[in-house]
Design a protein around this ligand. Sequence first.
Ligand SMILES: [Ca+2]
Ligand SMILES: [Ca+2]
Ligand SMILES: [Ca+2]
Length: 300
Amino acid sequence: MKRNSKTNPLHAARHGFSLIELLVVIVIIGILMALILPALNGARLSARITAVSTEITQLDQAVVSFENRFKCLPPSSLTIPINAASWTATDRQKILRIWDQFDFSTCGGLGSTAAGVAGSYPAAPVYLNGAECLVFFLGGVNANPTGPPQLIGFANNSQYPWAVYPQNRDIPFFENFSTDRLTDLDGDGARELIDSLPDQSTPYLFFSSQGKSYDKTNSATAWDDFDVHGGMTNSLDMTSIYLGADGKTPLRNQGYQIISPGLDKQYGVGGVYTDGKELTAARAIEADNITNFSGGTLKR
Ligand SMILES: [Ca+2]
Ligand SMILES: [Ca+2]
Ligand SMILES: [Ca+2]
């Protein structure tokens, strides 16, 4: 006798079982998703943190190239004044260590677009902080001030290094400046570099000793040998710089500090940081900072 599937209890039971199976599978998939998705997101974030760490290493290598070329570290502060007479003695000295023939009367050929055409001073002083110095000294002058920045290094001419017209050039020491990650927070035409973390808005900080051993002996303001203008403001700003256990000697005190604010976009107050014990709960926002010192990531 032919079996009627509608009345076959075995078959009917199988239908019910399939539905349960399906539900079980859906539930299992749901559980797996709940378990895997955070892990996936975590892996994605950790890959992005690694990417920033790698970029800081590349910036480090670019600074080494700069130092090999000019026998000094890039400064982390510079004021480009409005005329030759207004250069401070300190800033003149910084420039002359890099380009010993720098022509202050033409601002080193700044903006000059053809051989023989003098450069010119900006209409208002340009205050380069550490974040801007990092981009300027490693990327060079901007050949396209009105559109997407085009950093073309420096003219290989100690008198007019800031000219943009084609001639023998020192190539940019760092060539991976992603245009969409160059920003200009203070709108002065000098760019800062934002790291590649999601929705990042605060750039890499840069503090340079200019190769001088740092020795702060007298007062809280005696920062002479470290390039004090390293923070994001144009005032003398040592915010976020990290010091050794003595509370006065910056980490890498003959070198420099590069600091990404990390995923929370906040640098923190800086200060003493040696092995992480100093990052108290109040300084938790610094624990995710990515740096070129202390093993790359600050810890708590
Ligand atoms: Ca500035
Ligand atoms: Ca700027
Ligand atoms: Ca942070």
